[in-house]
Design a protein around this ligand. Sequence first.
Ligand code: DC
Length: 215
Amino acid sequence: MSALNGSFVIAIDGPAAAGKGTLSRRIAEEYGFHHLDTGLTYRATAKALLDKGLPLDSEEIAEGIARDLELADLDRSVLARHEVGEAASKIAVMPGVRRALVDAQRRFSAKEPGTVLDGRDIGTVVCPNAPVKLYVTASSEVRARRRFDEIISAGGTAEFGEIFSDVKKRDERDMGRADSPLKPAADAHLLDTSEMSIEAAFKAAKSIIDLALKP
Ligand code: DC
C-alpha cells in the first residue's frame, strides 16, 4: 500500500440488501480502515424516537435526536429489526435529519489511515471527493431472496411475497426522495452482485481499490 497523506475514503452505495454491508466490512478489514454503516445512523435516530414514544413526522424533533447521536454507541444487533429500518427510511427524507447525520459521517470519514463508509449517498453527497466509489446493486428478486434466506436461516418466519414488495417499496422511497436520492455517482464503479458471490465481488472491489492506492 502506498504511503497515505490524510484519510483514504472508500465510498460504497447501493440499495437495501445488495450485499454492500458484508462487502464493506470485508474491505475495511483487508485494508485496516475504519468502517461506518451509515444506515445505522438513520436507524439509531429512528429507534430513539420509537423508544421515547416521539412522533416520526416531526423534522425538528428528529433533527434534535440526530444531532445528539453518538456514533460509538451504534449496535447493529438492536438496530437490525425490520420496523426500525422502515422508520429509518421515513425520517431519512427529512433534510434536517440528513444534515445532522451527514456532518457526523463526514467527521468520521476523516479518520486515518482510511475509512469505508457505506450507505445511499456517500459518493454523491457525504464524500464526493472519495478516491474510490463503488455502487453495489442486484436485482430486486435476488435481494428479496437474500433477505428471505437470512430470516429463515436465523430461525425466523417470513413470506417471500411480502419481503419482495417491501424491498421494492424501500427502493422507491430511497430513490424517489427529493433530498439526496439513491443513485450512482457519475464516477462510481458499478458492481452488480445478482450473479456474483461475495468473494467475487470482494475481488472485483479489491482490484479497483489497489489501483487507486498505487502511488
Ligand atoms: O441500509 P439500511 O437499510 O440500514 O438503511 C436504513 C434507511 O436509512 C434506508 O431506507 C435509507 C436510509 N439511509 C439513507 O437515507 N442514507 C444513507 N447514507 C444510509 C441509509
